[in-house]
Design a protein around this ligand. Structure first.
Ligand SMILES: [Zn+2]
Length: 319
């Protein structure tokens, strides 16, 4: 029997090494076969399950938070002005950030560096419950679009925040910022979606892709107990090389890369690895996992510094 498979990212055809991963989050412990591309390193499911929807049944009946009932007008007014100052400081804001960075959300400083302002057109693709868009709205951003195929109750606040059920086929015009927050690893055709989104990115716009990284110490240490594997929901787990290839195929290039260890990924992986064959895994609250992870903060910071963390934010621009 031939074991020759073709990588869906770089096109390399070879007898790639194969691995078995278990569905763990829902507790079915069903097994799925993956292969890791010998060339670009992307870890991908061998065959995409036809009934993928059933693996989302616990998490994906998405009710959006009530829009417009977020904060008092006076607080919104104040936040809007603070955000404007931070965004305006742009790349010159580094000294201010060192002094006041922790008082305000990190994304405001990042957006300032990217040249994003409160009127920039921003798309959150696969926005889920729209938490991030609602935060942005709270900080005075007024040109926000969220798209998600699983949304139950589409909503809008005037023209400031529009949240729709759907995908890229409904897009029109250009965006200064497009966010794919832990979405690309779930896509059956990541290249197709990336290409479609790049067609809606303005010339100086940025596409931010947050995703797990398989070329990480977490993957090497925990193997099929690695929490970010999340079979079969994660169909493609990228390396830096495979993301660079995907970007290049879509007319994009990586201009910046931030590593991230997440709040509880390490501890969740460790928990899974303690009983790899068990059908039942100890139930531990998210808070407890975060508390445990804080104890090894120094070690995780070192992984960040070495570029060996479980997750990364890729900043892509038109090439
Ligand atoms: Zn490949």
């Amino acid at each position: 029997m031939s074991n020759i498979l073709t990588c869906r990212i770089c096109g390399c055809t070879a007898d790639h090494p194969q691995y078995i991963a278990k569905e763990t989050i829902m507790g079915s412990f069903e097994r799925f076969c993956y292969f890791k591309c010998l060339d670009c390193g992307c870890l991908q499911i061998v065959s995409i399950p036809k009934n993928l929807g059933k693996y989302y049944s616990l998490n994906y009946h998405l009710e959006i938070l009530e829009l417009g009932k977020i904060e008092k007008k006076e607080i919104l007014f104040l936040k809007k002005r603070i955000a404007r100052l931070i965004l305006f400081s742009g790349k010159r804001g580094k000294i201010t950030r060192n002094l006041f960075g922790k008082l305000f959300p990190g994304f405001l400083w990042q957006f300032g560096e990217l040249g994003i302002n409160q009127k920039s057109r921003i798309l959150d693709y696969g926005c889920g419950r729209a938490h991030f868009l609602l935060r942005l709205y709270g900080w005075g951003f007024e040109n926000l679009l969220g798209l998600d195929p699983y949304i139950q109750n589409p909503q809008r606040i005037k023209d400031s925040v529009v949240i729709k059920k759907g995908d890229y086929t409904q897009l029109s015009g250009f965006f200064e910022l497009i966010i794919l927050n832990h979405v690309i690893e779930h896509l059956e055709e990541p290249l197709g979606v990336l290409k479609a989104l790049s067609n809606h990115l303005s010339d100086k716009g940025t596409l931010i892709v947050n995703t797990p990284l398989v070329d990480s110490y977490g993957w090497r240490k925990f193997g099929n107990s690695w929490a970010m594997w999340d079979a079969p929901r994660h169909l493609h787990l990228f390396t830096v090389k495979s993301m660079a290839i995907a970007a290049q195929k879509c007319g994009l290039k990586i201009v910046k890369l931030d590593y991230d260890v997440g709040n509880n990924i390490w501890e969740t992986s460790r928990l899974f690895s303690l009983s790899p064959e068990a059908e039942r895994i100890e139930t531990v609250s998210q808070k407890e996992l975060e508390r445990r992870q804080k104890k090894i903060k120094k070690f995780l910071k070192m992984l960040d510094a070495l570029g060996d963390s479980d997750m990364a934010s890729f900043y892509l621009r038109k090439s």
